[in-house]
Design a protein. Structure first.
Length: 391
């Protein structure tokens, strides 16, 4: 039987990197002593007030259809949060509630891009970006970064990659997998490229509240960018709500109208009880995300201590988020062989960072998504494995 060409476009090669996580999950189910550091699923429980909001809503019968773009109170709460953090006037009409950041990116791509369009993405890029953009018929154009300068974005290369087909720039700030936060100068240079060439900027800012030092600046806060930016946000990592599937897209009102119509044909609205939980989460945003930020900062410090001085391994210390990249090129193994060898020898699962683009070949990504005692044990196992390798 024949299938749509879409099935080929969404089969991006980066997906193979998650095979190690699936193997680790199966080993865990068999009772084996594994430590899963391969997926960014926080080990924390969703805070109790958020859970209780959902439970109370369910008990009150909140199980019916809801507005496609989200309930007005929740959209307004997100708008107020965005206004407070960016300084840009933001109304509920600028907010579309979505089933997590991934759904927000997918919906944005379908509403902005046509077949043949190009989207510039600065490496390293999150593994699903390529297929998410390709679902619209567009294609990503990778702008490489170098590990020699810590994967800082090459804005000159970004400007040089613009063609008549370029429609948008997609960036993650803070970045996954590097944890890099763009500087003011880097953001201004990207914005200049967007304004000069009349491009959209799609800013994946799901880790914006997990910046360890200083304050994150939303991209839409830059001069002239609010009308050409789409901000993707989520509660998954900042509030340990990955399984709740709730997030938002913030952009010009005309775009939100288009996304509303797409949502009518895609999800037909999000569950009301989840939106009530999200409303509580947004109202407790700074308190909860601050606790998460401090916990991840402590785990980064723990990782740095545990991996210090290892032969052939160097950690790229992140500025934000819940991930760290390990440079394993000095071990003499490819990142693929290192990740699988480590898992088979010790039960610790990491992700081969080649999934995030050619620039990160030779690196593995560790998710700091385990209690500190288990993380410390994981780093002891990684150290033992590294020392067991031939010089």
């Amino acid at each position: 039987m024949r299938f749509s060409s879409l099935v080929d476009r969404i089969d991006a090669p980066g997906g193979a990197a998650w095979h190690i996580h699936h193997e680790a999950r199966m080993a865990e189910a068999r009772g084996e002593d594994v430590i899963l550091l391969s997926v960014g699923d926080p080990d924390f429980d969703t805070p109790a007030p958020i859970v209780e909001s959902a439970v109370a809503a369910l008990r009150s019968g909140d199980t019916h259809y809801t507005p496609i773009a989200g309930r007005q109170a929740l959209r307004q709460a997100v708008a107020d949060l965005q206004h407070r953090r960016s300084g840009v006037p933001t109304a509920a009409a600028n907010v579309m509630m979505v089933a997590g950041a991934q759904n927000g990116l997918f919906s944005t791509a379908l509403c902005l891009l046509d077949p043949g369009d190009e989207v510039l993405v600065m490496e390293p890029i999150y593994a699903t970006y390529e297929a998410t953009m390709a679902a619209s018929g567009a294609r990503i154009v990778r702008v490489a970064a170098s590990p020699d300068d810590g994967f800082r974005p090459d804005v000159a290369a970004l400007a040089g990659a613009v063609t008549p087909r370029t429609r948008a720039i997609l960036l993650a700030n803070p970045n996954n997998p590097t944890g890099i936060v763009l500087t003011e100068a880097e953001m201004a240079a990207v914005a200049d490229v967007a304004r000069r060439h009349d491009l959209w900027v799609v800013a994946d800012e799901v880790y914006e509240s997990l910046v360890f030092a200083g304050r994150h600046r939303p991209f839409r806060a830059l001069p002239g960018m609010a009308e050409r930016s789409v901000t993707i946000g989520s509660l998954s990592k900042s509030h340990a709500m990955t399984g709740w599937r709730i997030g938002w897209a913030v952009g010009p009102e005309a775009l939100i109208d288009h996304m509303d119509r797409l949502g009518l044909n895609m999800l037909y609205g999000l569950p009301g009880f989840i939106q009530e939980a999200a409303l509580t989460a947004v109202r407790l945003h700074d308190e909860t995300s601050g606790t998460m930020r401090d916990a991840y900062a402590a785990r980064v410090a723990l990782a740095a201590r545990g991996l210090s001085g290892l032969p052939g391994i160097a950690m790229l210390r992140p500025d934000a988020g819940m991930f760290a990249l390990l440079d394993v090129r000095g071990t003499g193994l490819s990142s693929t062989d290192f990740a699988w060898g480590l898992f088979r020898a010790t039960g610790v699962s990491l992700v081969d960072a080649v999934a995030f683009g050619p620039a990160t070949a030779g690196f593995v990504r560790v998710a700091l998504a385990a209690p500190e005692a288990r993380l410390a044990e994981a780093f002891r196992r990684i150290a033992g494995y590294a020392r067991s390798l031939p010089a």
